[in-house]
Design a protein around this ligand. Structure first.
Ligand code: C5P
Length: 294
């Protein structure tokens, strides 16, 4: 039997989906004020950590070759930040990142990886960090990291760090699609035509998929126009999703990944099959969001 000292701690870093994303203002430092309804899905990267004689970092998976393995990688930034804060706990560690989420694609891959590393290393190193402190550590790594630390349906406000969890939220069958476009988020924010849009409308109780889609119909992703101006090919992704007749089609984050919401897992699986058949080189995943409550 493995001694607990030798154990490997593995954690899924799920994709983050901005079901709605309203840009409501801009701070003095240039960061934008947002209101976003966010869910996480049961598909993502995988992080494994294990004690080692010396620090090591390995990447694998379909997108493992597309990332830097130097200090610019958010996984290593997360490790180094935790080590700096808790030097006496932080023995050398081998980290393995299995990358299944496309890079720079609006579904929070890097932020979710960083959040998973913070969780996994705090367990491995035996550090107790209260959620508020963990959130502030995460925020230093990126505006989306605090929400990824939750991994459950939520509303994010501020620049993304003010989190309000949603008590009840149904599981949403979804398909995620990316035609291979990487987007630089800062360019999208810089290209915004309007920064003072209305806040999200008040939220009702969400019991069914239809409740969510009706509400989402009154909302938007305010980054979409800027992303499309920079990358007109996104129109093709949206159109391909529309052909599968989902309840709603939208882009997540600053793109370029778009998603469809369906009435059942079976409908999502069928939609993904036809999308894959028509676009064999695209990233296409049938999944569903992680629900909250009963
Ligand atoms: O915080 P993160 O590094 O993920 O953000 C990437 C970039 O996106 C920022 O440097 C900024 O240009 C832009 N951004 C923003 N407002 C936000 C989040 C990100 O302007 N709320």
């Amino acid at each position: 039997m493995l001694d607990s000292f030798d154990r490997t701690i593995s954690q899924i870093a799920p994709a983050k989906i901005n079901l709605a994303l309203h840009v409501t203002g801009q701070r003095q430092d240039g960061y934008h004020l947002l209101e976003s309804l966010v869910v996480f899905v049961n598909f993502g990267d995988k992080i494994s950590v294990k004690r080692a004689d010396a620090d090591a970092f390995k990447m694998s998976g379909p997108y493992g070759g597309d990332l830097p393995s130097d200090g610019n990688n958010l996984v290593l930034k997360a490790r180094d930040m935790l080590r700096k804060l808790f030097p006496s706990y932080a023995s050398p560690v081998a980290i393995h990142l299995e990358k299944y989420l496309p890079i720079a694609s609006g579904i929070g891959g890097g932020s979710s990886d960083a959040a998973a590393v913070l969780h996994a290393l705090s367990v491995l190193w035996g550090i107790e960090i209260d959620p508020e402190h963990m959130g502030s550590i995460g925020l230093k790594l990126g505006a989306d990291v605090p929400m990824c630390l939750h991994g459950k349906p939520l509303i994010a406000r501020g620049i993304g760090e003010k989190i309000e969890r949603i008590a009840a939220f149904p599981q949403l069958p979804m398909v995620l699609v990316n035609s291979g476009i990487s987007i630089a988020t800062p360019q999208v924010f810089a290209a915004l035509q309007k920064r003072n849009n209305p806040a999200l409308p008040d939220m009702p109780q969400f019991s069914t998929i239809a409740d969510v889609c009706t509400y989402l119909g009154e909302t938007d992703n305010h980054l979409f126009a800027a992303t499309t101006t920079l990358n007109p090919a996104i129109g093709e992704t949206m159109e391909a999703l529309h052909v599968t007749v989902p309840q709603l089609v939208r882009m997540s984050g600053s793109g370029a990944t778009c998603f469809g919401i369906y009435t059942s897992d079976e409908a999502a699986t069928n939609a993904a099959s036809s999308l894959r058949k028509n676009h064999p080189t695209w990233f296409v995943v049938a999944t569903h969001s992680v629900k909250e409550g009963n």
